[in-house]
Design a protein around this ligand. Structure first.
Ligand code: AMP
Ligand code: ZN
Length: 480
């Protein structure tokens, strides 16, 4: 059964059903990190919300094709990577220094996601691998009269795009015709022509281009990679609320200016993680990294739960009390799971006629899905689980649930865990089971039975296991 899921669309400011371009398939683009430092847990809140979104569609019977870029060339990256080089360092050395920094923090970022059980994206493009696509896109905009070159840089002429401002709901009257801005990040009161391609300044790494030596602006990176990897019509594009303007507004201008039609149907933005009323940000110095918290003994899955249990469109204040509450909530769900995994009894007895655990379970399941399908209302979805736990524990105290009833409850716990990834089935035998399936896949591949090999891979995927084919021919695995 495929479920229809509704999300708040920043473009229309309404909660609307997501109707994918191709039925049953969702294309999802999420703006990835700028890799010059550790991600803080504010950044990670956004990536966790996107994981929840993606898992909800997958659990709801959709195939999700997810692209998340890695921004590996950008002002802050250049600032932090070029310090050790002399003024006359060659371009190759500048690129190498930039790459050393971004590769280090990309690896750290991906490890953090794995620690938080965030499923990896299908495409993880590095911006520096798509420079030709970016150049072509800028040329295309130039040819359409939407871009102009000036002193080695190229700018977008926003006055020529009637829909400029549609996402951030900007007042077109307030736009400064003709003024231009070189920085990637700027505030709403500086609405103006923005930079697509930046002419190289001394001390910066560069690429050759029709406008001379330079590098892409930040906004063009996502338009080029998104169109290259997900195509001309994308179902969902997401980021934190700070990306609505200017980043996503500018992405729309670039992509739609070139395509001549709507690029993304649903724009979905996650609210901020705050600390004592202020946005958690590197520039404010009020941030924690995941590693800081793990070093303090915090269970990363409790952090995942603390974040997921709040609605993604509400500002969330980070606190250690919140983490403790999350740990307690998880203890309750996991204890209930253990209880349901225990032996059932034959059932019957005087209470049995009045109790209908299966009807109760079905009610909870429907309430859970109604909440998730309504703009990912996790507080309500989790409330449905806790009410079920209370009711079934009480029933089980009176008359033990049968094996079959327990099995049905466990199936629901698996179904909901496919989204929350916080109360999985813990078993000592899992490793042996996975190894056996990997062996079966290897045998199928050796026999060139590709269909069977794919089937086993899918079976493992459904168990939350991701296979990693290694260079030496062996196959490793990890939990998604
Ligand atoms: P960056 O690496 O700075 O490009 O940010 C990566 C993602 O984190 C973007 O989607 C931002 O919108 C998001 N973000 C930045 N700060 C916060 C915060 N305090 N709370 C939630 N998301 C944030
Ligand atoms: Zn982006």
């Amino acid at each position: 059964m495929r479920r229809t899921i509704s999300l708040f669309n920043t473009l229309t400011r309404r909660v609307e059903p997501v109707v994918p371009v191709i039925e049953g398939q969702i294309s999802l683009y999420t703006c990835g990190p700028t890799v010059y430092n550790y991600a803080h847990i504010g950044n990670l809140r956004t990536f966790l919300f996107q994981d929840l979104l993606k898992r909800t569609f997958a659990a709801g019977g959709h195939q999700v094709m997810h692209c998340m870029n890695i921004t590996d060339v950008e002002d802050k990256i250049i600032r932090d990577s070029q310090g050790g080089l002399s003024a006359d360092a060659p371009n190759e050395a500048r690129h190498a220094a930039m790459k050393a920094l971004t590769e280090r923090f990309t690896a750290i970022f991906l490890e953090d996601l794995e620690t938080l059980r965030v499923r990896p994206a299908d495409h993880l493009p590095r911006a520096t691998h798509y420079i030709p696509q970016m150049i072509r896109l800028v040329q295309n905009l130039e040819a359409r009269g939407l871009a102009y070159a000036r002193e080695g840089s190229v700018y977008y002429r926003i006055a020529n795009l009637p829909q400029y401002g549609c996402l951030a709901h900007l007042d077109r009257e307030g736009m400064q015709a003709g003024a231009s801005v070189d920085a990637d990040e700027y505030e709403r009161d500086a609405i103006s022509d923005f930079v697509l391609w930046k002419g190289a300044k001394p001390g910066e790494p560069w690429w050759d281009s029709p406008w001379g030596q330079g590098r892409p602006g930040w906004h063009i990176e996502c338009s080029a990679m998104g169109m290259e990897l997900l195509g001309e019509r994308v179902d969902i594009h997401s980021g934190g609320v700070d990306l609505i303007f200017p980043h996503h507004e500018n992405e729309i201008a670039q992509s739609e200016g070139c395509l001549g039609h709507r690029w993304v149907n649903h724009w979905v933005h996650g609210e901020f993680l705050m600390v004592e009323g202020q946005k958690m940000a590197k520039s404010l110095g009020n941030f924690f990294t995941l590693r800081d918290l793990v070093a303090k003994g915090v269970d990363p899955i409790a952090l995942r739960y603390a974040i997921q249990s709040n609605h993604y469109r509400k500002v969330l204040n980070f606190s250690f009390e919140g983490l403790r509450a999350a740990e307690n909530a998880l203890k309750r769900i996991r204890a209930f799971r253990k209880r349901m995994e225990g032996e059932g009894q034959a059932g019957g007895g005087p209470w049995k006629e009045q109790l209908d655990p299966m009807a109760r379970l079905e009610q909870a399941r429907e309430a859970f899905w109604a909440a998730m399908a309504d703009d990912l209302n996790t507080p309500e979805a989790l409330a449905a689980i806790f009410t079920l736990i209370n009711d079934l524990n009480a029933m089980d105290d009176h008359v033990a649930l049968t094996r079959e009833e327990r099995g049905a409850v466990l199936a629901f716990l698996d179904e909901s865990d496919a989204i929350f990834a916080a109360w999985p089935h813990e078993t000592e035998n899992l490793d042996a089971e996975v190894e056996a399936l990997i062996d079966a896949r290897r045998a199928a591949k050796a026999a060139k039975n590709w269909a069977e090999a794919d089937r086993v891979r899918d079976q493992l995927k459904a168990m939350g296991i991701v296979l990693e084919d290694r260079k030496d021919g062996s196959t490793g695995w990890r939990r998604a």
